[in-house]
Design a protein around this ligand. Structure first.
Ligand code: UT7
Length: 319
């Protein structure tokens, strides 16, 4: 039996930082409101000339370096993004070229904030099926470009960034189990409804969200899919060494941890420093906990995503 295993992680945050106080200068809000409702203190903003692939490149290079893998060894590139460089080709193809390789399949996955978990599960299935042996999976977002900076209900929540992992085929897991879900009937609660047609922007080009509904659905989805993936992996809540949920809001993270019976000491939470970076949020948090030594060989790590679609999913990893 062939499994996949994460052998390298990497992350990149753009240089420019916007604090809550900076935001309070452009919209009716305060550091106190944002911090107490969301746990967010600051977010990073991509430079005008940085696209999703530009954020992805250093994150991917760092993951490849940790893995000791050359870009030319890759036989699969998957990018999760809601903010691709262009309508087409995919950001994965653009990243592949920037990495200086060609030939292997490269494609984007769009599941908004669950995108990284979808992409990871897809790469895992390629490797289990014998269709790839070395895969790069990236979550990258220039999400702040979708924000209406006059809408205080959304513009305080999001940031830009990228995170990446390299997966290799292995005789042992690695990725123990994954579970993915979607409910398209809830598309309207978190969406950018607009698009481009006939040379014009059509419809509303900004993020719109029913925050309360998203909050409630997110907490339930995270609890349900945790139970499901743990059962698939033959583990219980008590076996989880590290819980890495989508970094959207510290109150959602705390509620999900409470439902799992996990103390916050076993939760990786970095939402305070970069807000909700959508598909980049889970690999950003994973990279931080790997590099600072919290995640160690033998640990059971539960990754969970939730977001627009409505989508949600989980991946259970043995480190
Ligand atoms: O990947 C998933 C992405 N989405 C999310 O993570 C969003 C999930 N939802 C949330 O995180 C929360 O619902 C929010 C943080 C968005 C809102 O928190 P809340 O505790 O649900 O507040 P609320 O929407 O019930 O609003 C309470 C009040 C309202 O004022 P009134 O109507 O009571 O006078 C809002 O207008 O807070 C007001 N408000 C703000 N005040 C200051 C909303 N946004 C702000 C703001 N600053 N930025």
């Amino acid at each position: 039996m062939t499994y996949s295993r994460v052998v390298g992680t990497g992350a990149y945050l753009p240089e420019k930082v916007m604090t809550n106080d900076d935001l309070a200068k452009i919209v009716e809000t305060s550091d106190e409101w944002i911090a107490s409702r969301t746990g967010i203190r600051a977010r990073h903003i991509a430079a005008d000339d940085q696209k999703a692939s530009d954020l992805a490149l250093p994150a991917a290079q760092r993951a490849l370096e940790m893995a000791g893998v050359s870009a030319t060894d890759l036989d699969l590139v998957i990018v999760a993004t809601t903010t691709p460089d262009m309508a087409f080709p995919s950001t994965a193809c653009i990243l592949q070229a920037k990495l200086g390789t060609a030939g292997c399949p490269a494609f984007d996955v769009q599941a908004v904030c669950t995108g990284f978990v979808y992409a990871l599960a897809t790469a895992d299935m390629f490797i289990r099926a014998g269709q790839a042996r070395t895969a790069l999976v990236v979550g990258t977002e220039t999400f702040t470009r979708l924000l209406d900076w006059s809408d205080r209900g959304t513009c305080v929540l999001f940031g830009d960034g990228a995170g990446a992992v390299v997966l290799k085929a292995s005789d042992e897991p690695g990725i123990v189990a994954t579970r993915l879900h979607a409910d398209g009937s809830q598309a309207g609660i978190l969406c950018v409804a607009g698009g481009v047609a006939n040379g014009n922007v059509t419809g509303d080009p900004f993020v719109r969200m029913d925050g309360n509904t998203v909050f409630k659905l997110a907490v339930k989805a995270l609890a349900d899919v945790a139970d499901e993936v743990l059962e698939a992996g033959g583990l219980t809540h008590a076996d989880i060494d590290w819980f890495i949920p989508h970094q959207a809001n510290i109150r959602i993270i705390e509620s999900a941890a409470r439902k799992l019976g996990l103390p916050m000491e076993r939760v990786v939470a970095c939402v305070a420093r970069h807000g909700n970076t959508s598909a980049a949020s889970i690999p950003l948090a994973l990279d931080e906990a790997v590099r600072d030594g919290r995640i160690r060989p033998g640990h059971n790590v539960l990754l969970e995503g939730v977001g627009g679609g409505f989508t949600w999913g989980a991946a259970l990893l043995r480190w």
